[in-house]
Unconditional design. Structure first.
Ligand code: SF4
Length: 379
């Protein structure tokens, strides 16, 4: 672990004076690098929400670009995964899923569209609630599970706790480290350092990123979610870039350790295995999807049901969908306001792309907080 990791423990998380010191340090560090812009990426919708909510970009030096990568699990749920959920629902299977998944467009329909046609879709707030719904009736219930490794741990826990026989899982769970690999390999992304999500690192430990940082010669700092957590992590990241440190720093030591939560990791990997799979707008990412292991076949909706998505495919994308820039936004090549549909044809109530659906999607967050003008400081 790099020096300075204990700084987070002393922070008063919303102290304006300390925030000013940190933004001043950021400006000094960017200037000392002698080049512009410097692009740093975070891979977490919760970080983007905090950055937007607290107006942090307005305090960043103009030459420092802090962009969001593929950090929204709903946004990266692929069309074909939504199609599977919709097909099952239209076949008469009850579906339980998280709220943001309901409006997510598939090839031709969302779960909301299926619901309008009579399908039974239940919104749940946790995997446990999905199991409770299954217990309340004999009818088959499929939990359409999305989320990164943090959420996948909760899905693993309910499978390990022997859910009822009418319960199964359609996994759209994703694994973030391979997506960081994909971004780091994109030459046009020009990302010089990554902020890793503190909540995921609570599970995985920050040691997970050490090999990545070394191989890509790109520092990684694990960050918490308070404004000063984020600013302090950005300072640390710029210091590491300045000093040529290709390692990992833990700027969230009050929650994250090098090893992470071993029991949670054991549960996760007992139930899931990482396989190549599609991420919406990005493509197939090796080891990017979490699939149920063979031992859990009886609880895997893909093996339990015949899922026929053929009626949902469309020969051509709609004109609006073709213009959606979500894929480029999720690898940090453009920003929401670069999309001509942002705030016009594409709105939270009538989303064209996945980034405008979820509360963790960059387009929805930017729209919620007033778009680029109120965020400031990014150009
Ligand atoms: Fe896609 Fe809408 Fe975002 Fe444009 S504003 S990139 S259409 S989600």
């Amino acid at each position: 672990m790099s020096a300075g990791a204990s700084d987070g423990a002393e922070l008063k998380f919303r102290d304006p004076g300390r925030a000013h010191e940190l933004t001043t340090a950021l400006a000094r560090l960017v200037q000392s690098l002698g080049r512009a812009p410097v692009t740093l990426m975070h891979v977490c919708g919760t970080h983007e929400q905090a950055i937007a909510r607290f107006g942090l970009r307005a305090g960043l030096p103009p030459a420092l670009h802090v962009i969001m990568g593929p950090g929204c699990p709903v946004c990266v749920t692929d069309l074909c995964e939504v199609d599977e959920g919709v097909a099952l629902a239209l076949q008469g299977v009850r579906i339980a899923t998280y709220g943001d998944m309901v409006k997510l467009p598939g090839s031709s329909k969302s779960l909301a569209d299926a619901q309008a046609e009579g399908a039974q879709i239940e919104v749940v707030y946790s995997a446990t609630q999905a199991v409770e719904l299954a217990r309340a009736s004999d009818r088959p219930l499929v939990f359409f599970a999305s989320g990164f490794e943090t959420t996948a741990v909760a899905t693993a826990a309910i499978l390990l706790a022997q859910p009822p026989a009418n319960f199964s899982v359609l996994s759209a769970h994703k694994y973030v480290p391979p997506a960081m690999e994909a971004v780091a390999r994109l030459p046009e992304a020009r990302v010089e350092g990554f902020l890793a999500a503190g909540h995921a690192a609570v599970i995985t430990g920050y040691g997970l990123f050490e090999d990545f940082a070394r191989r890509h010669r790109t520092p990684v700092v694990v960050a918490g979610f308070e404004p000063l957590d984020i600013l302090a992590a950005l300072v640390k990241l710029l210091e590491m870039i300045r000093d040529g440190e290709h390692s990992v720093a833990n700027a969230y030591p009050r929650c994250v350790t090098r090893e992470g939560n071993r029991r949670a990791q054991e549960s996760l990997w007992r139930v899931f295995q990482a396989v190549a799979g599609p991420w919406r707008g990005i493509g197939v990412i090796p080891d990017g999807n979490l699939q149920l292991r063979e031992e859990w076949a009886a609880l895997d909706a893909r093996r339990r049901f015949r899922i026929d998505v053929s009626g949902l495919k469309q020969a051509t994308q709609s004109e609006l969908s073709r213009r959606c820039l979500c894929g480029k936004i999720m690898v940090g090549l453009v920003e929401p306001t670069d999309c001509p549909l942002f705030g016009r044809e594409c709105l939270p109530d009538s989303p064209v792309g996945a980034c405008m659906v979820s509360s963790e999607g960059t387009c929805k967050i930017w729209h919620q907080y007033g778009g680029r003008p109120d965020l400031g400081g990014t150009s």
